[in-house]
Design a protein around this ligand. Structure first.
Ligand code: BJW
Length: 296
């Protein structure tokens, strides 16, 4: 930790690369691993453009459930530490950005600087039109439920005990994973969110990036500029398995230019923990606990 913190103090350009592990102590599940979302559901059936085309009612129930859980969750100390850094960086003469793969909106709710936050996989709270002819996007839509048909879905697959926990105010204190998603009913297209500007009544879809889709170009360009413009001294890799491209490419791009890496994860390979990976520190544990200790 001491060696890492010495480097942190000298670092002038820093990137935080964030994944689902950061929100675990807020009560949200990861994707992979034994408790992960993709262990229980086939991602092809839920998180691809084809899935939405085949069964938009199923996909909307999944995302309605995710929106509900994210709205009930609260930012944890890890989100707050990064948010604080984003706000104080300029006064410390540091250039700092957070690249988050998370769509849960918790970084923004922790008061992370919007300018310095790149939500590369979109947001559960943006809705966008499915028509190629239409650019309509409804940003920051926190309505819950989005339509009458989606109203009771989150309750039907929530057991009473868990429902009480979700509505409690102390998710920060009690890490617990969200209940399982079970689609409960068939919902027709006319009962789903509709584009208000399209005359042909196109559906709105969740504003997230599904497999096989391009990431928002402006966001990707801004990140590329930050990484390529000058050497990044340090990349903090927080709660991500690094399975998904292009997020997983940023670490190597920083390393190639001489930057150092600090990993915060509950699961870290031994050779990293033993200090055998060049220019890489590994801190094993809950990111919400580790980040305040390491960065404040
Ligand atoms: C803790 C913790 C605690 C637990 N504290 N840590 C073949 C076919 C089609 C596509 C491809 C293909 N091969 C490659 C591709 C590309 C594809 C890809 O990478 N696929 C791989 C799976 C192989 N990528 C894409 O398709 C992307 N698009 C693209 O590449 O377009 C080209 C392009 C690039 C650049 C510019 C322009 C164009 C799109 C990827 C979209 C990913 N979407 C999802 C779903 C988002 C919507 C939703 O949320 O439903 O994003 S998938 C899912 O994975 C989600 C996550 O953001 C992402 C990353 O997951 P993450 O965050 O790492 O979570 P986990 O669960 O994997 O890991 C959690 C970690 O936390 C673990 O390490 C735990 O140990 C740890 N942990 N508790 C700290 N308390």
């Amino acid at each position: 930790m001491k060696e890492f913190q010495d480097h942190l103090l000298k670092s002038k350009r820093i990137v935080a690369l964030v994944g689902a592990g950061l929100s675990v102590s807020s009560g949200l599940p990861t994707f992979r691993g034994s408790q992960g979302l993709w262990k229980n559901f086939n991602m092809i059936d839920l998180a691809t453009p084809d899935a939405f085309y085949i069964d938009p009612g199923l996909v909307w129930q999944f995302y309605s459930w995710r929106r509900f859980n994210a709205l009930k969750a609260k930012p944890n100390r890890g989100h707050k530490t990064l948010a604080k850094l984003s706000m104080e960086a300029a006064s410390k003469n540091i250039e700092f950005i957070t690249i988050t793969q998370n769509v849960d909106g918790l970084s923004i709710r922790a008061n992370h600087s919007k300018e310095k936050l790149y939500e590369i996989h979109g947001s559960l709270f943006d809705l966008k039109c499915t028509s190629f002819m239409c650019n309509y996007v409804d940003h920051d839509n926190f309505k819950n439920p989005l339509t009458k048909a989606l109203a009771d879905t989150e309750y039907e697959y929530d057991n009473t005990k868990r429902k009480r926990k979700l509505l409690d105010d102390d998710l920060d204190k009690e890490p617990s994973l969200s209940p399982q998603f079970k689609p409960v009913k068939e919902i027709s297209e006319s009962e789903l969110p509709q584009c208000p500007v399209c005359k042909d009544g196109s559906l709105l879809r969740p504003g997230v990036v599904w497999f096989g889709e391009s990431l928002p170009l402006r966001t990707i360009n801004a990140i590329d500029n930050f990484i390529e413009y000058d050497k990044v001294d340090l990349i903090l890799v927080i709660g991500t398995s690094g399975t998904v491209y292009p997020a997983n490419s940023y670490v190597d791009r920083v390393k190639v230019k001489g930057g150092k890496v600090a990993i915060f994860n509950t699961d870290i390979e031994d050779h990293i923990l033993n200090g055998e990976e060049k220019d890489t520190w590994g801190f094993k544990g809950d990111a919400a606990e580790l980040l305040p200790k390491a960065l404040e």
